[in-house]
Design a protein around this ligand. Structure first.
Ligand SMILES: Cc1ncc(COP(=O)(O)O)c(C=O)c1O
Length: 457
């Protein structure tokens, strides 16, 4: 049955009941996907990339099923989005109900309860016991842009500090904050001004090992000298860097930075767009070091696959912007809010914080053993279900992006959807749905091990 016929019959192709198995019915990509890729290439702008050219017909739990009948193990969650699994029951139920009631009014024109429900939940779930308020948007980049707007308005200062290896999005301001040129920035300038970059704590790549506190002192020294603390509106940091390479800063880096910001009246913004909503084995990654940010940016895992983003933070900072200064036509769309409520209920009901921690144990055990077997694996790191390996030339820390790309491709051919990342393109990253069954995760790890063996001998 073709996808169109399936849709005509209104039967579900995905959701949590989809069989949790890896099944290769054709080569990857199969003939139907190849046909669709031809149409895609003719109709879709070349700048929009594709990691794996298989077209998906249904997904749920830990698998993606393509239009050729292949069932692939999903180690990417659509880049850290479907932590609760694709088409999770509570998400689809609430979305269906909301779609039948109304699809849009624009919250700035006539409000609705779902938006307020989500803001109340965010106030409870984000770190810190202080009074909080929120504003909702459509994408991660939009949340970061708005967090910066709010911080500038609240402080009356201009400068924004971001870090080496940072990724904050693809809009003009967030491109300026993103560190890596290719592919994100090349040819897209000029970029927004008053954005400064500080050195990150990247333990694997420190020439000499330093503590988190020392790395924070180094960053603060750069900010002090090149910007001046009194000019800084906000410091924006990913508690674990995502696109930059799943960089986990040394313990002590984030708390020292947050303390320094507090001392100098600088808004400390945690970009939890990739790390939030149970992904790292805590509701938010800042919790691992008891860091309480002034503002948190969120998106991705928040709404079970629907586009929704938010900024939550200290009420007095969030309220600094004048009436009408924040918003957007679609921000906090009612269908996306319904999905977020369903996704958060799922996280609570299934205890996905605990699930992420179990995934961490399973993955670190296996990947640690692989690192001992394969000298190309220079580092294994991450938290919860946000784990990566950094591939290097054996015996050195020299990045090996070519081997990384080959291992990634071997995983794809074998039916496991993996992703790469990193400033040097040499990090293989894993972001399984938090509902991935352990046996399926074990099979994905087998394939990853076989792929490393095939490529590096
Ligand atoms: C930490 C972080 N910030 C911001 C963004 C941008 O989010 P979006 O792609 O929804 O604009 C991303 C996306 O990968 C991210 O990982």
């Amino acid at each position: 049955m073709t996808v169109t016929e399936k849709h005509r019959h209104d039967s579900n192709l995905g959701g949590p009941t989809i069989p949790q198995r890896r099944l290769l019915a054709t080569e990857i990509p199969g003939p139907r996907s190849r046909e669709l890729m031809e149409r895609r290439d003719a109709a879709v702008a070349a700048g929009v990339s594709t990691v794996l050219p298989v077209f998906i017909a249904g997904a749920g739990g830990g698998v993606l099923v393509d239009v050729d009948g292949n069932s692939l193990i999903d180690m990417g969650s659509g880049i850290a989005v479907v932590g609760v699994g694709n088409s999770a029951t509570r998400v689809t139920k609430r979305v269906r109900r909301q779609v039948n009631d109304f699809t849009h009014t624009c919250f700035m024109v006539t409000p609705y309860e779902g938006y307020v429900d989500v803001c109340e939940l965010l106030a409870t779930l984000t770190p810190g016991e202080h009074p909080k308020k929120s504003a909702l948007f459509n994408s991660g980049a939009e949340a970061v842009e708005n967090a910066v707007k709010i911080a500038r308005n609240a402080t009356g200062r201009d400068a924004v500090v971001a870090f080496d290896h940072a990724y904050h999005g693809r809009t003009n301001l967030t491109m300026a904050m993103t560190a890596k040129n290719m592919p994100y920035k090349q040819g897209f300038g000029p970029f927004a001004g008053e954005v400064y970059r500080a050195p990150m704590s990247y333990p694997f790549r420190e020439p000499v090992p330093i503590t988190g506190e020392e790395a924070a002192t180094r960053a603060i020294g750069v900010i002090d000298k090149q910007v001046g603390a009194g000019n800084v509106a906000c410091v924006v940091v990913e508690p674990i860097q995502g696109e930059g390479g799943f960089v986990v800063p040394a313990t002590g880096f984030l708390p020292a930075l947050a303390d320094w910001c507090r001392e100098h009246g600088i808004v400390f913004i945690a970009d939890e767009i990739q790390t939030g909503f149970c992904r790292t084995g805590a509701w938010f990654a800042c919790e691992h070091e008891n860091v309480v940010p002034d503002l948190v940016t969120m998106a991705k895992g928040m709404a079970g696959g629907l586009p929704l983003a938010g900024v939550t933070g200290r009420a007095e900072i969030m309220d600094a912007a004048h009436v009408g200064g924040l918003g957007g036509t679609y921000g906090g769309n009612p269908v996306a809010c319904a999905a977020a409520i369903g996704a958060i209920e799922t996280m609570q009901e299934l205890d996905l914080v605990a699930a992420a921690r179990e995934i961490e144990t399973q993955m670190l055990d296996r990947l640690g053993a692989m690192a001992a077997r394969f000298p190309a694996i220079g580092d294994v790191r991450g938290r919860g279900a946000m784990i990566a390996v950094e591939l290097v030339r054996p015996g050195s820390t020299e990045p090996d992006p070519a081997t990384t790309a080959m291992v990634n491709a071997a995983c794809h051919r074998a039916g496991v959807v993996t992703l790469t990342c990193g400033t040097y393109g040499n990090v293989l990253r894993f972001l399984p749905p938090l509902v991935m069954p352990p046996a399926l995760l074990g099979e994905a790890l087998d394939v990853i091990e076989e792929s490393v063996a095939e490529v590096t001998g």
